[in-house]
Design a protein around this ligand. Sequence first.
Ligand code: 13P
Ligand code: SF4
Length: 323
Amino acid sequence: MMHLSGSMTISPPSKGGIDLVHEINKLRKKRNAVILAHYYQHPDIQDVADFIGDSLELCRKAAATEADVIVFCGVHFMAETAKILNPNKTVLIPDVNAGCSLADDCPSDKFEKFRAKYPDHFVVTYINCTADVKAQSDLICTSSNAVELIKKIPKDKEILFSPDKNLGKWVQAQCGRELTIWEGSCVVHENFSEEALLKLQLEHPEAKTIAHPECLPNLLGLADYIGSTTKLLKYADESESSSFIVVTEPGILHQMRLKIPSKIFYDVPGIDGCSCNECPYMRLNNLENLHTCLLNMEPKIEMEEDIRLKALRPIELMLEMSS
Ligand code: 13P
Ligand code: SF4
């Protein structure tokens, strides 16, 4: 138990009197498991993870791990990507319902019809999609490498970009080339309030505004810097500025404050001040179900081998093409 000044104490997170962190550590060793976590996970999960990163880094970690078991504390498409890369490893996700609105907005049958309308286009798909959709794609990208990868595609090739229209429009402007874009969006990033952001900018004129490219264009237009979660963290660390207004899921503020304790970070609320700036899917994972999944070795990610092999090609191409 940790004692704070005065009479306050913090007890370790527990379930029925069990010290969850201690039990997770024991099971992690016993199973030879690696715990990978996205920046949007609850701080408790980030604190027990072996590695925290953005979707590209997590993909690279999953490809390189020598552990027998990968516990993916993130959303379903991320754990699925780890399984595509590691068919012989057990891949677990604490809550199998941790989905993603972008993946949900792009069902495989509708995607197939969309593709069929543009048979000569090169199909670039954001990693936030199901294995079935990846299996129909030529190249996968993340928010961290989308601009870099699209710039490498020959100029005479037309491109389909799915499923995030906000990321797509931003990439289009960065690359100076027209994309045919699927109309999907992220429920979290579409919910940041422009009014609240403008108010924060007035209150803290010295602060730099940093935003994730899944945000709506009007919000991105107010940002000093736009990038993936890892890039936002790196920018905040390297920038001369000492305060930042962060327009993305506030889970990342935990790492920002840990890694850069000398700087100040403000999160932006959702429209009407709701807490819908937190990803409802990411937040389904917690220490309790992380412990239970290591204990019971489920829920496991499984998929058909032919889908896995088809989905592997565009992921491997992304890993080869991105620096
Ligand atoms: P990153 O690629 O920045 O990790 O973003 C993933 C995501 O789901 C953002 O909502
Ligand atoms: Fe999907 Fe949005 Fe959640 Fe990211 S923040 S996992 S894009 S719903």
